[in-house]
Design a protein around this ligand. Structure first.
Ligand code: SAM
Length: 241
């Protein structure tokens, strides 16, 4: 069984120890039944991944002693997802999968047909931490405060914007990505369940660096579209190659 992996928001360095707050102590010692001398893996998004042993196991506290850095810090590819929030569980799914698939930044955007304007960012961040712990990630993607799509487009700075266009008139995504260099910074835009409004389609197409793509002949749910687009971008331009 692989060792328990934890994201700790604390410096990790060769000088040796990392204090455990209540929630981590509870998880390690009550839920996972670990105790003094057991090994865990920790990361903090800055200092790489470290192996550690439990030095003190208390009810509400604990202490880990770091033994060695097992992986140096590295960043996921510069891929960000702009997505319109959808129903809660499906938004959770988008956020969790975007983290597992190696996005560096998540940018919720409100569009005309967005059907849920309430986002619980701390809860979404907790999902991302869990996903990173599970998938072996070394950092937690940044999760921006939601903005109106039109404001995001108004300030667009020329970065490649892969626009998932449900009209399916655009080239299929792998054709559209051919010829681009691996490592190209990429933003992916997926609309809400109601799709993009006509004026939004126009505003997106007016962006010079927008690249409309089709994700195949079928209409995908927004969460399916997000996963499909990230997968194709990672495979062609990201760190899967
Ligand atoms: N209500 C829209 C309609 O019936 O045309 C469908 C919107 S779809 C549920 C949600 C989002 O997923 C779209 O805005 C688009 O970004 C993306 N999407 C879904 N299917 C797609 C496809 N075949 N090609 C490109 N993007 C797609």
């Amino acid at each position: 069984m692989s060792t328990v992996r934890l994201f700790l928001d604390t410096p990790l360095g060769a000088d040796g120890s990392a204090a455990l707050e209540r929630e981590h102590a509870h998880y390690l010692f009550n839920v996972m039944r670990l105790g003094a001398g057991d090994t865990v893996t920790v990361f903090n998004g800055k200092d790489g991944e470290w192996s550690a042993t439990v030095a003190e196991a208390g009810k509400k506290r604990g202490l880990l002693s770091l033994t060695a850095q097992t992986r140096p810090q590295s960043e996921p590819p510069d891929i960000e997802l702009l997505f319109a929030p959808i129903k809660k569980a499906r938004t959770d799914f988008i956020v969790e999968k975007a983290c597992e698939l190696g996005c560096r930044r998540l940018r919720p955007v409100f569009t005309r047909y967005t059907n849920s304007e309430r986002l619980n960012l701390p809860r979404l961040r907790a999902h991302m931490v869990e996903a990173a712990e599970q998938c072996g990630g070394l950092s937690i993607p940044t999760l921006d405060d939601p903005l109106k799509l039109r404001d995001v487009l108004a300030g667009w700075t020329g970065r490649l914007l892969i626009f998932c266009n449900e009209a399916r008139t655009a080239p299929e995504i792998s054709t559209a990505l051919a010829g681009l260099d691996r490592g190209t910074p990429v933003s992916i835009l997926v609309g809400p369940e109601g799709g993009f409004a006509p004026e939004e389609m126009k505003a997106i197409q007016a962006i010079d660096s927008a690249l409309p793509v089709s994700l195949g002949p079928r209409i995908l749910r927004a969460d399916t579209a997000a996963v499909s687009a990230i997968t194709m971008v990672q495979s062609k331009l990201g760190d899967w190659g």
